[in-house]
Design a protein around this ligand. Structure first.
Ligand code: ADP
Length: 578
């Protein structure tokens, strides 16, 4: 991918004035910093070696000037530190919002491939590194450039041969930095991988803690963990070794430079080319030339990490949602709920085999059909084609005779209610969670929906009723209670088409019968498709469709299918025996 330079810089745009002010301030404070050694030189050379009767007055005046400069420098640094970081943080926040909004638009096929952890790290770590580069990058480069050039010019003006002697050491420092930079980066990368392994190990063990305990395998887990922990320790030891080697060799060369300056400077003093004040000035300025090189390592890492962060950001931003509204998509105000699959074939992205092949099926408005068959036959997949969670590979899915790809996505999905086996409740109150079905509904409508879903009574028994918090810091609900909340959501949504995907499969018999009653109430006068594992739950469906890997192999009422003594009868008798 070519690096998108324009896009990279475009995030500065809203804050350009503030950013330029920060940059100007950074240049100013660097320039002020450069003045101090000059003032010291002036005092030691011109004032103290001049007319001593006026010296005190001058020293005080310069002291005053220094105070003013210190004030300017510190106020400037305060501004740079505060506002510079703010600019970076604002840009990061803009990009994070943009990325999150984009991720929300991406289709399910994207989430099938991406792990949540990796996406989270893009939203947080990558952008954090990028924000560092955005504000520190230009600021550091200008600051060190001004200091380096300034110091070099001043030193050259004081004593050219000595300056060139110091200058000769710099390439050595540069090479050292580049060499160790590579080594350190490799070591740091390895550290990251190893800590990732440690984290994965912790996550795995904790997620499976019940299994660990039930097999009394704590010692196995401890051993596995220690293995990763020691690998991490080894890689950290290597990093510290490389770091210690780098900093100390660098320090040695700096000391060598200082010794060179002192020796050659003293020789020059003896030869009267230089005086003591110049030598002190020299020693004070050396650091200004060395510091930028010392920081090269840090700056190049910052640049690399920031650019990688940006590329990873763009990788997602450049992904187009697999499912989007057509420009001329129709908005459906009302539908009757007729569904038709016309010679539909479907295969998941990156998978070779088709899950559904050339399937045709008509479901009349208001019909109650059950979809049964062995697990993996494609029942869920088939249903997910109706709200266009995925698009067909071939053929058409029609609602009231209109291809779903020609319907405005939001208006399509508003017409379809799905109750899944795994209910997801968001952090928040019970009320907020039911509201999720229809944000515009009133609280009274929420309560009515909860009553229809047989959820009102248990909600009222919670510590804060409808305002009880759910989730980590709130109440824990049973599977059946969660399911009733999810049904209340769909009551509130009030869609003409319903899909129950194994909604009662994981429940015990008692919860199942309560939930079955609310599902039947919900299904009244709506087109309903029930995917059921337990065949006892769909006995009275108007039509039972048996789907296997070969497609639809049988359909009819429960009695029809039993009489036929085919796949359904076999499935049924198997469950009955169980
Ligand atoms: P059923 O609901 O009948 O149990 P599914 O529709 O869940 O069957 O799955 C049908 C096939 O598609 C299975 O082989 C399953 O592994 C595969 N499959 C399901 N979801 C995905 C997905 N998101 N990505 C890739 N393959 C999938």
């Amino acid at each position: 991918m070519r690096f998108p330079v324009r896009k990279f810089f475009s995030y500065y745009k809203p804050y350009l004035r503030l950013f330029l002010a920060v940059l100007a301030c950074s240049i100013m404070t660097s320039a002020v910093t450069l003045v101090f050694p000059l003032l010291v030189r002036y005092i030691t050379k011109d004032v103290l070696e001049g007319d001593l009767s006026t010296a005190l007055q001058e020293v005080f005046a310069i002291g005053g000037l220094m105070l003013v400069l210190v004030a300017i420098q510190n106020i400037g640094n305060y501004f740079v530190d505060y506002k510079g970081h703010e600019v970076g943080a604002r840009m990061e926040s803009d990009m994070r919002s943009e990325l999150f909004a984009h991720m929300q638009k991406l289709s399910l096929s994207f989430y099938d491939k991406e792990k949540a952890g990796r996406l989270m790290s893009r939203l947080t770590n990558d952008l954090l590194l990028l924000s560092e580069l955005y504000h520190h990058g230009p600021e550091d480069y200008t600051k060190y450039f001004v200091r380096f050039i300034g110091a070099f010019c001043i030193l050259f003006f004081i004593n050219a041969p000595l300056t060139l002697a110091v200058f000769c050491f710099l390439p050595v420092l540069g090479l050292l930095t580049v060499y160790f930079n590579k080594m350190l980066n490799k070591a740091l990368r390895r550290n990251k991988e190893r800590i990732g392994d440690v984290n994965a190990q912790i996550e795995d063990s904790l997620a499976g803690i019940r299994t660990v305990k039930s097999f009394a395998n704590e010692s196995v887990e401890i051993e596995k963990f220690n293995r990763e922990n020691i690998r991490f320790l080894e890689s950290r030891k290597n990093t510290y070794k490389a770091e210690a080697l780098f900093y100390n060799s660098f320090e040695s060369i700096i000391q060598l430079i200082t010794i060179t300056v002192i020796i050659f400077g003293s020789v020059n003093i003896v030869n009267t080319d230089l005086d003591l004040a110049d030598l002190i000035t020299f020693l004070l300025y050396i650091n200004f030339m060395i510091e930028p090189i010392q920081r090269l390592n840090h700056m190049s890492t910052q640049l690399q990490e920031g650019i990688t962060g940006f590329q990873r950001f763009m990788e997602i931003m450049n992904m187009k949602p697999a499912i989007e509204n057509k420009p001329d998509a129709v908005i459906l105000p009302e539908i009757r709920g007729g569904i038709e699959f016309r010679q539909v074939s479907f295969r998941y992205e990156d998978h070779l085999d088709k899950v559904i092949q050339n399937l045709s099926l008509r479901i009349e408005p208001g019909e109650y059909v059950a979809l049964v068959g062995p697990s993996g036959a494609g029942k869920t997949t088939l249903c997910s084609l109706i709200p266009r969670l995925y698009d067909v590979t071939d053929g058409e899915v029609l609602i009231d005779g209109i291809d779903v790809r020609n319907i405005d996505l939001q208006s399509l999905r508003q017409k379809i209610g799905i109750v899944l086996q795994d209910v997801y409740l968001f952090a928040g109150t019970v009320m907020e969670n039911i509201h999720y079905g229809n944000q515009a509904a009133s609280d009274e409508e929420v309560i009515a929906a909860a009553k229809h879903a047989n959820a009102h009574d248990f909600i009222m028994s919670l510590p804060n009723g409808y305002h009880s918090e759910i989730g980590q810091r709130g109440v824990k609900l049973s599977g059946g209670q969660k399911q009733r909340l999810s049904i209340a959501r769909v009551f509130l949504k009030n869609p003409p088409v319903l899909i129950f995907d194994e909604a009662t499969s994981a429940l015990d018999n008692e919860s199942e019968s309560v939930i079955k009653a609310s599902l039947e109430l919900l299904a009244k006068e709506r087109t309903t498709i029930v995917i059921a594992h337990r065949l006892s739950t769909i006995r009275n469906a108007g039509r039972i469709i048996v789907l296997t890997e070969e497609g639809i192999v049988e359909q009819g009422t429960h009695d029809d299918l039993l009489a036929r003594n085919g796949v359904y009868a076999k499935l049924y008798s198997k469950q009955f025996e169980l």
